[in-house]
Design a protein around this ligand. Structure first.
Ligand code: FEO
Length: 416
């Protein structure tokens, strides 16, 4: 029987876990939707440990405001009705950026509430019309204030964190920063606030924040640092991002964490080595455990990521933080093993630059992986210690060459 097109196309999963409503302060509420774990974020990143889409409802005495919305297929009707409100009652919708995980359901909202006034940047206004045909958009100016009755919203343009239209919204009286995607994380947490996290949730947060940053934000790291500096003088008591946790106990922690991850782009990185390995029949793979041992003996942490068994999302996360990464990949039809080439292509696209690196891999006839690695290394401006294709299982001399090169990588990683 022949397969049909429908069998070949991944159908997005639009079923949601129940929305979770939390009250952050009187008249300030969080609506939190957890995407289905089988879905792919942005159509490419695994979220098998979940991700929440956060929206905020701020009820001033004169205006009701939603800050960010939700993707197509979800709604906040239940959450709003618990608070005695309806979509039709909302006066203002602040769109901190227009990515459809936060705006996909706007057609429904605009149909039910055609008078609602959107607040966005100039680019956000254009996108609102392009994507949803909606024109009632107030274009914010940087630092503009809006009195909603007993509370004041202040808007700050923070372009390219990570979309060009991005802005953040500050609730002056409470010191709450609605930070859009900045300071967000993958992962689903029972806890709403940083001070509620269990030990296992902290462990999840550690990797899922770094994976989120490396996958979604890393390419815009210079803008992240610029944004953090620009907002440094704000008296922020609580950070409310559009994914992940609300930071009320120690918002400075996540700001410092983001600054550190942004710093990995061009500055100091962790003295760790990520080992990316692909293997067809075990020849290339056979060298990895010796490398891991050598690093361990030297007190250096390694992260081994097997490609394509592990999604490139995780490789990007580990490479982003590491001072060095190793590419162990064989030749396939005169070129690099394609899943590894795909992974290296992702690293180039995510603006990975300047790491210490080396490559080796098995080949039987022509070789070819090394030549392709050199091209990627040039694009990433890597400090290449060695690269070569060996025959079959490799000789004792090949093994010696790999071990010597890796020893040099370790020495370079240890240097300040
Ligand atoms: Fe969570 Fe850039 O959207």
């Amino acid at each position: 029987m022949h397969g049909t097109m429908a069998n070949l196309v991944r159908t997005p999963v639009l079923e949601y876990y129940k929305g979770m409503l939390s009250t952050i302060k009187e008249n300030i509420h969080l609506f939190r939707y957890e995407k289905n774990h089988d879905d792919l974020f942005e159509g490419c990143w695994p979220i098998n440990r979940g991700v929440s889409i956060n929206s905020y409802f701020v009820k001033g005495s004169s205006k009701k405001v939603l800050i960010d919305y939700v993707e197509a297929g979800a709604s906040f009707d239940d959450d709003l009705s618990q608070l005695g409100s309806r979509l039709e009652d909302i006066d203002i919708l602040v769109l901190n950026h227009m990515e459809p995980d936060h705006t996909g359901a706007l057609s429904t909202l605009f149909a039910r509430n055609p008078q609602i006034q959107v607040y966005a940047t100039r680019l956000g206004a254009t996108e609102t019309e392009t994507l949803y045909g909606y024109k009632n958009v107030h274009v914010i100016t940087n630092g503009e204030e809006l009195d909603i009755g007993g509370m004041t919203l202040v808007f700050y343009a923070t372009p390219n964190i990570h979309w060009p239209d991005t802005m953040m919204t500050f609730l002056k009286e409470e010191g709450i920063l609605f930070s859009c995607d900045a300071f967000g994380a993958f992962g689903a947490y029972q806890s709403v606030y940083d001070d509620e996290l269990t030990e296992s949730e902290w462990a999840l947060l550690k990797t899922e924040t770094e994976r989120y940053y490396a996958n979604i934000v890393a390419s815009f790291s210079s803008f992240v640092l610029r944004g953090i500096n620009a907002l440094a003088s704000l008296p922020v008591k609580t950070i409310c991002p559009s994914h992940g946790l609300v930071w009320r106990k120690d918002p400075g922690y996540v700001v410092s964490w983001y600054a550190r991850m942004a710093g990995y782009a061009a500055g100091e990185r962790e003295k760790e080595i990520t080992i990316l390995v692909s293997s067809m029949y075990g020849n290339t793979l056979s060298y990895i455990s010796a490398l891991e041992r050598m690093a361990k003996d030297a007190g250096i942490v390694t992260h081994t990521v097997r490609i394509p068994d592990i999604n490139a999302s995780y490789a990007i996360e580990k490479v982003w933080r590491s001072k060095a990464f190793i590419v162990a990949a064989p030749t396939y039809e005169k070129e690099m093993f394609p899943p590894m080439a795909h992974c290296l292509d992702w690293l180039v696209r995510k603006d990975v630059k300047g790491r210490i690196s080396m490559h080796f891999g098995s080949s039987l006839w022509s070789g070819g992986a090394s030549a392709e690695y050199k091209a990627y290394a040039e694009k990433m401006q890597l400090d290449v210690v060695d690269t070569f294709d060996f025959r079959g299982k490799g000789t004792a001399e090949d093994r010696e060459r790999i071990m010597n090169a890796f020893r040099t990588v370790i020495e370079k990683v240890r240097e300040d």
